[in-house]
Design a protein around this ligand. Sequence first.
Ligand SMILES: Cc1ncc(COP(=O)(O)O)c(C=O)c1O
Length: 347
Amino acid sequence: MTEPALRTSVTADIVAALPQAVDSFALSLNESPFAPLPAVRSALVSCLGAANRYPEFLPGQLRRMIADRIGVQDDQVVLGAGASGVAMQVLHAVTRPGDRIVLSTPTFDGYPIFAQMARLKPVTVPLDQYGYQDLATMAEAAADAKVVVLCRPHNPTGTLEPSSSVEWFLSQLPTDTIVLLDEAYIEFVASRHRIDGPDLIRRFPNVVVLRTFSKAYGLAGLRIGYGFAAPELAAKLYAMQLPFGMSNFSLAAVAASYDAETQLAHRIRRIVAERNHLRLRLMAIGVYSTDSHANFVYLPKSRRPWREVFGEVGLQVRCYPDGGARITVGELPSTLAVLSAVEKSLA
Ligand SMILES: Cc1ncc(COP(=O)(O)O)c(C=O)c1O
């Protein structure tokens, strides 16, 4: 039997090795730079004492809370382990191995992996030189595909397709091609640029809108995401809802986050302001970044590989095989560290 002292030290080692809530150099995963809000923490702590109990068999309460917030019926919402879990649930529900899935390239790293897990054939469409998705080519490719993924804003470039282009794109697709409209970063988008999701799914019953609590809500570690769609499609997706799959911690954290909406909105404004600051300072020193509407900026390939530029000062950013780099927006110390590394590389 393991000695208690040894067990304790294993726990201590594991916990000590977990990522820190605040780390101005951790800029590779588009996480929130802020530790959870006090109200969210205390809701989580309140749940701990009953961790011996299962959550609801199917996540009815969480579903209702989210449906009320976004303005759809309960039966139009599906839940998952992050938007990733929901995306996988959609692929399992609507595809068969060998079907095609249309993706931009590059895109969120998860999508090529999900496609492989569902044994789909990915059809990839390159972004244009400014980091926008090529909607015309994607629509053409989607003619014989089962699923097409449109990220708005896009990851890694942060670009935002105008809502009129999205409407046009949707109108071009066969009605049995399922569209994953990925809005993982929508809270960072100015309200005038947002699409009315409930109205969109009424008009396009082949669209699933994906959202997450991992980004603006700062709950990446809890793995909470959701999707919403027209009732018929949502029923098909909810049939794949994993029993006991959403923890009571998710329920408590979402409730507390909705209650703390004003504080969260303030945090979002700070990140958006810091993103604009970083982009302007980069522009001032002659470094182009794409027009990002998310909590990250994207620098296309430059003379000196970004991997070296940021790697040598210990900044963790996401570098792409084509030489581009995606940098999560943090607080001012992160911005200054990024600028200092870039300035040094230009000197
Ligand atoms: C565009 C996009 N979609 C979905 C996700 C998945 O996020 P999660 O599974 O944490 O909700 C991410 C994460 O980086 C993302 O960038």
